[in-house]
Design a protein around this ligand. Sequence first.
Ligand code: THG
Length: 283
Amino acid sequence: MQTKLEGRTKVHFVDTEGPGTLIGEKLNPTGNKKLSAALKEDDHEFVRQLALDQVKAGADVLDVNVGVPGLNEPELLKTVVQMVAETVELPLCLDSPNFEALKTALPVAPGRPLVNSVNAEEVSLEKILPLVKERDCAVIGLTIDEKGIPKDVETRIRLTGKILERAARFDIAPEDVIIDPLVLAVSTDHEAAAITLAAIERIRTEFGVSINLGASNVSFGLPERHTLNQSFLALAMAAGANCLITDPFKLSLSLRATDLLLGKDAFSARYISQYRSLQAKDS
Ligand code: THG
Protein backbone atom coordinates (compact mmCIF):
# COMPACT_ATOMS: atom_id res chain seq x y z
CA MET A 1 0.00 0.00 0.00
CA GLN A 2 1.31 3.42 -0.97
CA THR A 3 0.58 6.89 0.37
CA LYS A 4 1.43 9.68 -2.04
CA LEU A 5 2.97 12.76 -0.45
CA GLU A 6 4.13 15.79 -2.38
CA GLY A 7 6.23 18.81 -1.52
CA ARG A 8 6.98 21.87 -3.65
CA THR A 9 8.71 19.69 -6.28
CA LYS A 10 9.35 16.25 -4.76
CA VAL A 11 6.97 13.33 -4.57
CA HIS A 12 7.47 10.70 -1.88
CA PHE A 13 5.58 7.45 -1.39
CA VAL A 14 5.16 5.98 2.07
CA ASP A 15 5.16 2.33 1.05
CA THR A 16 4.31 -0.74 3.10
CA GLU A 17 6.52 -2.85 0.81
CA GLY A 18 9.37 -0.41 0.17
CA PRO A 19 12.12 1.15 2.27
CA GLY A 20 11.13 3.10 5.38
CA THR A 21 10.13 6.76 5.33
CA LEU A 22 12.12 9.06 7.59
CA ILE A 23 10.13 12.05 8.83
CA GLY A 24 12.64 14.53 10.28
CA GLU A 25 11.38 15.56 13.73
CA LYS A 26 13.75 18.40 14.59
CA LEU A 27 11.45 21.30 13.71
CA ASN A 28 9.77 20.89 17.09
CA PRO A 29 10.38 23.31 19.98
CA THR A 30 9.54 20.72 22.69
CA GLY A 31 12.70 20.50 24.82
CA ASN A 32 14.62 22.64 22.31
CA LYS A 33 15.40 26.07 23.78
CA LYS A 34 17.22 27.38 20.72
CA LEU A 35 14.32 26.64 18.40
CA SER A 36 11.80 28.05 20.91
CA ALA A 37 13.81 31.28 21.03
CA ALA A 38 14.11 31.37 17.24
CA LEU A 39 10.34 31.00 16.88
CA LYS A 40 9.69 33.74 19.46
CA GLU A 41 12.14 36.10 17.78
CA ASP A 42 11.07 35.37 14.19
CA ASP A 43 14.57 34.08 13.44
CA HIS A 44 13.71 32.67 10.03
CA GLU A 45 17.31 31.85 9.16
CA PHE A 46 17.62 29.43 12.09
CA VAL A 47 14.45 27.63 11.06
CA ARG A 48 15.46 27.45 7.39
CA GLN A 49 18.88 26.08 8.30
CA LEU A 50 17.37 23.38 10.53
CA ALA A 51 15.11 22.37 7.63
CA LEU A 52 18.00 22.24 5.14
CA ASP A 53 20.25 20.32 7.54
CA GLN A 54 17.61 17.63 7.98
CA VAL A 55 17.25 17.23 4.23
CA LYS A 56 21.02 16.84 3.92
CA ALA A 57 20.98 14.30 6.74
CA GLY A 58 18.56 12.11 4.77
CA ALA A 59 15.01 13.04 5.78
CA ASP A 60 12.26 12.10 3.28
CA VAL A 61 9.58 14.33 4.82
CA LEU A 62 9.85 17.18 7.35
CA ASP A 63 7.65 17.44 10.43
CA VAL A 64 6.69 21.00 11.35
CA ASN A 65 5.61 21.60 14.95
CA VAL A 66 5.54 25.09 16.45
CA GLY A 67 3.85 24.48 19.80
CA VAL A 68 5.41 27.13 22.03
CA PRO A 69 3.19 28.19 24.96
CA GLY A 70 2.09 31.80 24.60
CA LEU A 71 2.55 32.05 20.83
CA ASN A 72 -0.33 32.23 18.33
CA GLU A 73 -0.08 28.72 16.88
CA PRO A 74 -2.37 29.15 13.84
CA GLU A 75 -0.46 32.22 12.63
CA LEU A 76 2.94 30.76 13.47
CA LEU A 77 2.31 27.37 11.86
CA LYS A 78 1.17 29.11 8.69
CA THR A 79 4.28 31.32 8.62
CA VAL A 80 6.70 28.49 9.33
CA VAL A 81 5.07 26.06 6.87
CA GLN A 82 5.30 28.72 4.17
CA MET A 83 8.92 29.44 5.01
CA VAL A 84 9.97 25.78 5.11
CA ALA A 85 8.08 25.12 1.86
CA GLU A 86 10.11 27.85 0.13
CA THR A 87 13.32 26.37 1.53
CA VAL A 88 13.00 22.63 0.85
CA GLU A 89 11.44 20.52 -1.89
CA LEU A 90 10.27 17.65 0.34
CA PRO A 91 6.71 17.02 1.48
CA LEU A 92 5.77 18.47 4.88
CA CYS A 93 4.05 16.91 7.86
CA LEU A 94 1.95 19.45 9.80
CA ASP A 95 2.22 18.48 13.46
CA SER A 96 -0.34 20.09 15.74
CA PRO A 97 -3.14 19.09 18.10
CA ASN A 98 -4.73 22.48 17.32
CA PHE A 99 -7.51 22.31 14.71
CA GLU A 100 -7.33 26.03 13.93
CA ALA A 101 -3.58 25.80 13.35
CA LEU A 102 -4.01 22.92 10.87
CA LYS A 103 -6.89 24.68 9.15
CA THR A 104 -4.90 27.89 8.74
CA ALA A 105 -1.63 26.27 7.64
CA LEU A 106 -2.96 23.56 5.29
CA PRO A 107 -3.80 25.92 2.42
CA VAL A 108 -0.20 27.23 2.28
CA ALA A 109 1.41 23.77 2.44
CA PRO A 110 2.59 22.76 -1.03
CA GLY A 111 1.56 19.62 -2.93
CA ARG A 112 0.09 16.87 -0.84
CA PRO A 113 1.07 17.24 2.83
CA LEU A 114 0.61 14.86 5.76
CA VAL A 115 -1.61 15.99 8.64
CA ASN A 116 -0.25 14.95 12.05
CA SER A 117 -2.74 14.04 13.40
CA VAL A 118 -6.26 12.78 13.97
CA ASN A 119 -7.08 10.47 16.89
CA ALA A 120 -10.01 8.25 17.83
CA GLU A 121 -11.79 10.89 19.93
CA GLU A 122 -15.12 12.04 18.48
CA VAL A 123 -14.15 15.72 18.42
CA SER A 124 -10.95 14.94 16.56
CA LEU A 125 -12.56 12.61 13.97
CA GLU A 126 -15.39 15.07 13.27
CA LYS A 127 -13.14 18.09 12.79
CA ILE A 128 -9.89 16.79 11.30
CA LEU A 129 -11.20 14.23 8.77
CA PRO A 130 -13.30 16.78 6.80
CA LEU A 131 -10.22 19.01 6.66
CA VAL A 132 -8.14 16.14 5.23
CA LYS A 133 -10.83 15.30 2.68
CA GLU A 134 -11.19 18.91 1.58
CA ARG A 135 -7.43 19.37 1.12
CA ASP A 136 -7.09 15.90 -0.50
CA CYS A 137 -4.07 14.98 1.59
CA ALA A 138 -2.97 12.19 3.96
CA VAL A 139 -3.28 11.93 7.74
CA ILE A 140 -1.66 10.15 10.66
CA GLY A 141 -4.21 8.45 12.94
CA LEU A 142 -3.15 8.05 16.56
CA THR A 143 -4.63 5.11 18.48
CA ILE A 144 -5.66 7.26 21.41
CA ASP A 145 -9.14 8.23 22.60
CA GLU A 146 -10.92 10.00 25.45
CA LYS A 147 -9.28 7.54 27.87
CA GLY A 148 -5.72 8.30 26.69
CA ILE A 149 -3.14 5.93 25.21
CA PRO A 150 -4.42 2.36 25.70
CA LYS A 151 -2.09 0.10 27.65
CA ASP A 152 -3.10 -3.02 25.74
CA VAL A 153 -2.83 -4.22 22.13
CA GLU A 154 -6.53 -5.05 21.73
CA THR A 155 -7.74 -1.48 22.32
CA ARG A 156 -5.18 -0.13 19.84
CA ILE A 157 -6.57 -2.56 17.23
CA ARG A 158 -10.11 -1.42 17.98
CA LEU A 159 -9.14 2.26 17.70
CA THR A 160 -7.34 1.58 14.40
CA GLY A 161 -10.57 0.05 13.07
CA LYS A 162 -12.56 3.03 14.30
CA ILE A 163 -10.26 5.60 12.65
CA LEU A 164 -10.20 3.73 9.31
CA GLU A 165 -13.97 3.26 9.33
CA ARG A 166 -14.62 6.92 10.03
CA ALA A 167 -12.11 7.97 7.36
CA ALA A 168 -13.95 5.74 4.87
CA ARG A 169 -17.23 7.45 5.77
CA PHE A 170 -15.62 10.74 4.74
CA ASP A 171 -14.46 9.04 1.56
CA ILE A 172 -10.80 9.05 2.61
CA ALA A 173 -8.97 5.98 1.25
CA PRO A 174 -7.11 3.64 3.64
CA GLU A 175 -3.85 4.46 1.84
CA ASP A 176 -4.24 8.05 2.98
CA VAL A 177 -4.39 7.05 6.64
CA ILE A 178 -1.13 6.13 8.37
CA ILE A 179 -1.75 4.57 11.78
CA ASP A 180 0.49 5.50 14.71
CA PRO A 181 0.11 3.02 17.59
CA LEU A 182 2.28 5.22 19.86
CA VAL A 183 4.94 4.11 22.27
CA LEU A 184 5.38 5.19 25.87
CA ALA A 185 8.68 5.49 27.70
CA VAL A 186 10.12 2.16 28.84
CA SER A 187 11.51 3.95 31.90
CA THR A 188 8.00 4.24 33.34
CA ASP A 189 6.58 0.99 31.93
CA HIS A 190 9.03 -1.75 31.05
CA GLU A 191 6.50 -3.48 28.75
CA ALA A 192 5.64 -0.32 26.78
CA ALA A 193 7.84 -1.10 23.77
CA ALA A 194 6.89 -4.79 23.64
CA ILE A 195 3.18 -3.91 23.60
CA THR A 196 3.67 -1.40 20.78
CA LEU A 197 5.65 -3.95 18.75
CA ALA A 198 2.83 -6.47 19.14
CA ALA A 199 0.31 -3.79 18.10
CA ILE A 200 2.37 -2.99 14.97
CA GLU A 201 2.37 -6.65 13.87
CA ARG A 202 -1.36 -6.95 14.30
CA ILE A 203 -2.22 -3.66 12.61
CA ARG A 204 -0.09 -4.65 9.65
CA THR A 205 -1.71 -8.10 9.30
CA GLU A 206 -5.27 -7.11 10.07
CA PHE A 207 -5.50 -3.77 8.22
CA GLY A 208 -2.50 -3.69 5.86
CA VAL A 209 -2.04 0.07 6.25
CA SER A 210 1.16 2.07 6.69
CA ILE A 211 2.36 2.46 10.26
CA ASN A 212 4.13 5.49 11.72
CA LEU A 213 6.06 5.63 14.96
CA GLY A 214 7.87 8.31 16.92
CA ALA A 215 11.06 6.41 17.56
CA SER A 216 12.43 8.91 20.13
CA ASN A 217 9.61 8.68 22.66
CA VAL A 218 10.61 5.24 23.93
CA SER A 219 13.81 6.46 25.62
CA PHE A 220 12.61 9.42 27.70
CA GLY A 221 14.21 9.47 31.13
CA LEU A 222 17.06 7.08 30.37
CA PRO A 223 20.77 7.50 29.57
CA GLU A 224 22.18 6.75 26.10
CA ARG A 225 18.83 7.50 24.49
CA HIS A 226 20.37 7.10 21.09
CA THR A 227 21.20 3.42 21.72
CA LEU A 228 17.65 2.66 22.83
CA ASN A 229 16.14 4.61 19.94
CA GLN A 230 18.33 2.76 17.45
CA SER A 231 17.39 -0.68 18.77
CA PHE A 232 13.72 0.21 18.95
CA LEU A 233 13.67 1.61 15.44
CA ALA A 234 15.05 -1.67 14.03
CA LEU A 235 12.58 -3.77 16.01
CA ALA A 236 9.65 -1.55 15.01
CA MET A 237 10.60 -1.76 11.33
CA ALA A 238 10.96 -5.54 11.56
CA ALA A 239 7.49 -5.68 13.13
CA GLY A 240 6.05 -3.64 10.23
CA ALA A 241 6.47 0.08 10.94
CA ASN A 242 7.37 1.76 7.63
CA CYS A 243 7.29 5.44 8.61
CA LEU A 244 9.49 6.77 11.40
CA ILE A 245 9.30 10.23 12.86
CA THR A 246 12.73 10.66 14.35
CA ASP A 247 16.09 12.49 14.45
CA PRO A 248 17.68 12.28 10.98
CA PHE A 249 21.07 13.48 12.27
CA LYS A 250 21.36 10.48 14.56
CA LEU A 251 19.23 7.79 12.94
CA SER A 252 19.27 8.07 9.16
CA LEU A 253 22.06 5.56 8.62
CA SER A 254 20.55 3.18 11.15
CA LEU A 255 17.22 3.37 9.33
CA ARG A 256 18.87 2.60 5.97
CA ALA A 257 20.82 -0.23 7.62
CA THR A 258 17.55 -1.72 8.82
CA ASP A 259 15.99 -1.39 5.32
CA LEU A 260 18.97 -3.28 3.94
CA LEU A 261 18.78 -6.02 6.57
CA LEU A 262 15.06 -6.41 5.87
CA GLY A 263 15.75 -7.01 2.18
CA LYS A 264 14.47 -3.62 1.03
CA ASP A 265 17.65 -2.13 -0.45
CA ALA A 266 18.91 -3.85 -3.63
CA PHE A 267 22.70 -3.67 -4.08
CA SER A 268 22.91 -1.84 -0.72
CA ALA A 269 22.42 1.28 -2.85
CA ARG A 270 20.53 3.44 -0.39
CA TYR A 271 22.70 2.41 2.56
CA ILE A 272 25.89 3.26 0.68
CA SER A 273 24.48 6.51 -0.65
CA GLN A 274 23.43 7.57 2.86
CA TYR A 275 26.89 6.63 4.17
CA ARG A 276 28.59 8.68 1.45
CA SER A 277 26.45 11.74 2.02
CA LEU A 278 27.24 11.62 5.75
CA GLN A 279 30.98 11.29 4.94
CA ALA A 280 30.79 14.26 2.57
CA LYS A 281 29.11 16.33 5.26
CA ASP A 282 31.79 15.51 7.87
CA SER A 283 34.75 16.36 5.69
N1 THG B 1 3.87 10.41 16.70
C1 THG B 1 3.46 11.39 15.86
N2 THG B 1 3.93 12.65 15.94
C2 THG B 1 4.81 12.98 16.91
C3 THG B 1 5.27 12.01 17.81
C4 THG B 1 4.78 10.69 17.69
N3 THG B 1 5.26 14.26 17.00
C5 THG B 1 6.05 14.69 18.14
C6 THG B 1 6.95 13.57 18.66
N4 THG B 1 6.20 12.36 18.78
C7 THG B 1 8.09 13.37 17.70
N5 THG B 1 8.97 14.52 17.71
C8 THG B 1 9.95 14.71 18.68
C9 THG B 1 10.70 15.88 18.63
C10 THG B 1 11.75 16.06 19.53
C11 THG B 1 12.02 15.08 20.46
C12 THG B 1 11.27 13.94 20.51
C13 THG B 1 10.24 13.75 19.60
C14 THG B 1 13.12 15.23 21.45
N6 THG B 1 13.60 16.39 21.76
C15 THG B 1 14.71 16.51 22.69
C16 THG B 1 14.26 16.34 24.10
O1 THG B 1 13.10 16.56 24.41
O2 THG B 1 15.11 15.97 24.93
C17 THG B 1 15.40 17.82 22.53
C18 THG B 1 15.96 17.92 21.17
C19 THG B 1 16.99 18.98 20.99
O3 THG B 1 17.50 19.55 21.96
O4 THG B 1 17.29 19.23 19.82
O5 THG B 1 13.62 14.25 21.96
O6 THG B 1 5.12 9.78 18.45
N7 THG B 1 2.58 11.06 14.91
